[in-house]
Design a protein. Structure first.
Lengths: 143, 112
């Protein structure tokens, strides 16, 4: 018995957007990290999504209900663009010419991504809230 | 619930005029314990299934919330959604119960 239909798709979307927010937080936190575990500057990470068909557990209306597709994170990849190089001979990570490679994180881009991700999360929360309200209104028929 | 489940169909059917004696006797003859314990498809059994479904949902919501609080699951929304589903199924159950009790009381008030 599925009371809140479509909530599984929304839940998957919320999961994905939360992962995206985590990765953006990581990018912003490491905006000035010039040395990572591999010795190089931090590389910006990008989250990509893919749709995923939900396994239908509801056999009652399986024939005429369309298979809902939710979303999941397909992978977190590195942004390959080279980072900005600045002249700072006093920096511990400067090379022989006194140049330091900064991470390829652009704070303006990250802030825009942050706004998009948080708005997308909000939109999915509204879907969840709305489907609950619809069910509650339906129960009010009997009153 | 089993009392109402078994009492309702009998009281509805007993209102019909007994056109034929044989089926009427079948209805009014007590069948012993099998008459008290409703078998498949009876309302009491269906309602019991519904109650256990609601209970299962409550337990699921509790488990998810506990895992979020213990830090095993970072997804807060899963806990809230599970709680909403549990509360909604509980409301639906209460609504069904209200309707059944209302119908039973309506029959009881009926002047004979």
């Amino acid at each position: 018995m599925e009371l809140l239909t479509g909530i599984a798709a929304t839940s998957g979307a919320l999961n994905s957007q939360r992962t995206r927010l985590d990765i953006i937080a990581q990018n912003i936190a490491n905006a000035r990290t010039t040395r990572g575990p591999d010795g190089g500057p931090y590389q910006r990470r990008i989250v990509s999504f893919e749709s995923e068909l939900l396994r239908s557990t509801d056999s009652a209306n399986g024939a005429n209900s369309p298979g809902l597709a939710t979303v999941r994170v397909s992978g977190v990849t590195n942004d390959p663009t080279p980072g900005q190089r600045v002249n700072d001979p006093g920096h511990p990570d400067a090379d022989a010419q006194g140049m330091v490679t900064l991470p390829n994180v652009n704070l303006a881009f990250e802030m825009v991504d942050l706004i998009t991700a948080s708005r997308a999360y909000e939109a999915n929360l509204n879907v969840a809230k709305n489907s609950r309200q619809m069910a509650m209104r339906t129960l009010e028929i009997g009153k | 619930m089993a009392i109402i489940g078994s009492a309702l169909p009998v009281s509805i059917q007993s209102l019909r005029p007994p056109l034929d004696l044989a089926p009427a006797r079948e209805i009014f003859t007590p069948k012993g314990p099998s008459g008290l314990a409703p078998t498949g498809g009876q309302f009491g059994e269906i309602f019991e299934k519904m109650v256990s479904g609601v209970e299962l949902r409550q337990a699921e919501a509790g488990a998810v919330t506990r895992s979020v609080l213990l830090g095993d699951n970072p997804n807060l929304h899963q806990s809230v959604i599970a709680m909403q589903e549990a509360s909604l199924s509980f409301s639906l159950m209460v609504e069904v119960r209200n309707k059944v009790v209302e119908g039973y009381q309506e029959l009881m008030r009926m002047p004979v």
